[in-house]
Design a protein. Structure first.
Length: 229
């Protein structure tokens, strides 16, 4: 598909978006067929579960769980495995889309070395989402709440996976907005360096801020960019 789009000289943003969307739909279709065939998408196979348990045991032996009380370490490990099982469909779709993005950049690099005509590259600081993308988190939150309130387990799991995927999408968008203003704002480099140290020193706070920034930008358009096609 990338070859056809490159041949027709489609814009870089459309090629990347189409490739990632196609990969996501393909992954979703595969999981839908697997579910119809009777497979439980929210339960790991015995081999994968065994590998996870061995990994958690290795972390425990290495002292990485010392901050967790001994009586809670087993339940903590089980909780991590359960969370991974719950969010596996979302992780699968994200992995497929990310692989498509990597494929796009590798293909573009190869074509560039061959002096093939390419549309202007996509600037990371220009990434944006249309305002109606807000219906994504609304749908995810609505499904999660409805599933939890009415004990619709599958609906709740679907909603949580939607929110999980959008979490990473809005982190990327938040990084794009932050990078844009980081470059545009005329502040002394020592202050920018202090800001970066703060960002890397408090990952949970930074990630929450990026998600909020990305979510808000899709509505407010801080950078005053033209609406994405």
């Amino acid at each position: 598909m990338f070859g056809l789009l490159f041949k027709n000289r489609i814009s870089s943003s459309k090629i990347l978006s189409a490739g990632m969307a196609f990969a996501g739909v393909a992954a979703l279709s595969y999981m839908a067929l697997s579910y119809l065939a009777g497979n439980n998408l929210f339960v790991m196979g015995e081999e994968m579960r065994s590998a996870f348990e061995q990994a958690m045991a290795a972390y425990r032996d290495a002292g990485m769980l010392n901050n967790v009380p001994a009586e809670l370490q087993e339940s903590f490990s089980d909780g991590i495995i359960s969370t991974y099982e719950l969010l596996f469909p979302g992780q699968y779709i994200i992995s497929a889309a990310a692989l498509a993005a990597v494929t796009y950049f590798l293909a573009r690099a190869c074509l560039s070395r061959m002096n093939y005509f390419l549309a202007p590259g996509l600037s990371f600081t220009m990434i944006s989402l249309p305002w109606y993308s807000i219906w994504g988190p609304i749908a995810g939150l609505g499904l999660t709440l409805a599933g939890d309130n009415f004990s619709w387990l599958l609906v709740a799991k679907v909603g949580k996976n939607i929110l999980y995927m959008l979490f990473w999408l809005y982190i990327v968008l938040g990084l794009s907005v932050a990078a844009y203003f980081f470059r545009r704002i005329n502040v002394a480099w020592p202050l920018k360096l202090i800001f970066l140290v703060f960002v890397f020193a408090y990952p949970p706070f930074s990630m929450a801020g990026l998600v909020l920034l990305g979510l808000t930008d899709s509505l407010v358009n801080f950078r005053r960019l033209a609406p994405p096609a």
